[in-house]
Design a protein around this ligand. Structure first.
Ligand code: HEC
Length: 134
């Protein structure tokens, strides 16, 4: 209920304020979480990885509310690309995680291409996000 209300408020703000709180900002957070979870796993901080993936999915819900046209594609991405990642994290399986991460990265960029944003290509930064200790 609270989540739904937040989504409604965010949508209203986005419609009212143009790009202030738009889908691009949500994607930015989506990518930040995706970046952080990689280095959490690398550091063996599986709990942080679980947390970041959870937060990524919460950001996705905002994205679905802000851009309903993409909700279906985001859900498909969640099922086919984030679920294997989640499974690997739960099982603490590093090699399955790395494979799922590379597959998911390709799927991120495939969606950018198919939505007319082929110039947006996510690449995993070579260093961990500086705000967190790993
Ligand atoms: C359902 C399609 C879809 C999927 C899946 C998707 N994206 Fe996006 N992404 C978009 C669209 C559309 C934009 C362009 C933003 C806009 O339209 O405002 C975007 C923009 C971005 C941006 C630029 C944001 C900015 O303005 O700073 C980043 C970074 C990004 N995506 C990362 C990712 C990552 C990382 C993943 C996978 C974990 C991902 N995206 C998955 C559709 C998608």
């Amino acid at each position: 209920m609270k989540k739904k209300l937040t989504a409604v408020v965010l949508t209203a703000m986005a419609l009212w304020g143009g790009e202030t709180l738009g889908f691009g900002a949500v994607m930015h957070e989506y990518a930040q979480r995706f970046w952080a979870l990689y280095y959490a796993v690398e550091a063996g901080n599986w709990e942080l990885a679980v947390y970041e993936l959870h937060e990524q999915l919460e950001a996705q819900e905002m994205g679905e509310a802000l851009r309903p046209k993409l909700a279906g594609a985001l859900k498909t991405f969640e099922k086919s690309s984030l679920a294997p990642l989640q499974k690997a994290i739960e099982e603490k399986n590093l090699s399955a995680f790395k494979k799922a991460y590379a597959d998911a990265t390709r799927a991120c960029n495939a969606c950018h291409k198919s939505t007319g944003h082929g110039y947006i290509r996510f690449q995993l930064p070579k260093t961990p996000p500086p705000l967190l200790a790993f």
